[in-house]
Design a protein around this ligand. Structure first.
Ligand code: SF4
Ligand code: FES
Length: 302
């Protein structure tokens, strides 16, 4: 048996108890020695207690049927509601285009949910709230919640956006959320993205170089790396491609995301299959004729 260890733990426990007793003693002595008035309970100049109004603003509140949250909240009739409008909770109506292939309704239909939302909540927060506390059957994709994974692209007030990147204060208190256009809807906001990924795979989105690498790795200058830096940032959310009317009409239309990902490797100085990719793009329908569509430009996540 490790006696030394056992005895040391006993000693630590004794010290800890001693410290707690000392702390309690100091606290009690300070309270007894206090001479000045402190806090509303003992100040003579303080107005009469008015819980009916004071408790209207609090740092802890409960969302309807949901979890407790800590944040500032004031009723509309409280003076704070004018000054502090930007931080107050508000009701928002989220209108979601729903579709359940296994349900009774055969056609997609909008359903409205009223939620409380802070201006700095994201649309994704509102959707999560609905799913977690109101209707668990609501179906949508999300993962990172920080604009990295690209899984929560959807139409928000008619524009393709990532729900995790859109603040409630930027979309107003009546928000329409619908699945991306141009894809088969699997359920609610979840679409079948396989045609999109098939096009992505078609441009060989990986480094191709059959020559032997150098001693340790294929070197690249910072300038050469810079040439395709922007196109490494595509998160394959499909917001751009599904904003394109040509894609809605024709799933074979190659779409901007595929071109972006082809660019990623065509301009990589270490790659040797640029010509092959250009040829593939050239044979794709609409491959090199991306329309200048304002809707498409607006949809690109920053
Ligand atoms: S290029 Fe298209 S698919 Fe890629 S991140 Fe931008 S919008 Fe999404
Ligand atoms: S949840 Fe990952 S990008 Fe929005």
């Amino acid at each position: 048996m490790d006696k030394g260890r056992r005895y040391n733990l006993d000693l630590l426990e004794a010290w800890e108890l001693g410290s707690l007793l000392e702390l309690a003693e100091v606290t009690a002595e300070s309270a007894l020695a206090r001479t000045e008035s402190r806090g509303a309970h003992s100040r003579e100049d303080f107005p009469d207690r008015d819980d009916a109004n004071w408790l209207k603003h609090t740092f802890a509140y409960r969302r309807e049927g949901g979890a407790y949250r800590a944040a500032l909240q004031a009723g509309d009739d409280h003076p704070l509601s004018t000054e502090g409008k930007g931080v107050l909770m508000a009701k928002a109506t989220i209108r979601i285009l729903r579709y359940n292939p296994e349900g009774d309704a055969k056609a997609p239909a909008h359903q409205e949910f009223v939620v409380e939302a802070e201006p700095t909540d994201r649309v994704l927060d509102a959707l999560n709230y609905i799913k977690w506390y109101v209707d668990g059957t609501l179906t949508f994709r999300r993962s990172c919640a920080h604009g990295i994974c690209g899984s929560d692209a959807m139409r928000i007030n008619g524009v393709n956006r990532l729900a995790c990147k859109v603040l409630m204060r930027d979309v107003g208190n009546r928000v329409t959320v619908e699945p991306l256009m141009g894809f088969r809807v699997i359920k609610d906001l979840v679409v079948d993205m396989e045609p999109f990924f098939a096009q992505y795979r078609s441009v060989l989105p990986y480094l191709i170089n059959d020559s032997r690498p150098g001693e340790r790795e294929r070197l690249q200058s910072p300038e050469d790396r810079e040439r395709f830096d922007d196109t490494t940032k595509c998160i394959l959310c499909a917001a751009c491609t599904t904003s394109c009317p040509s894609y809605w009409a024709n799933e074979e239309f190659v779409g901007p995301a595929t071109i972006v990902n082809a660019h990623r490797f065509i301009f990589d100085s270490r790659d040797s299959a640029g010509g092959e990719r250009l040829e593939i793009l050239n044979n794709h329908e609409g491959g090199l004729e991306v329309p200048h569509d304002l809707q498409l430009l607006r949809s690109l996540p920053p």
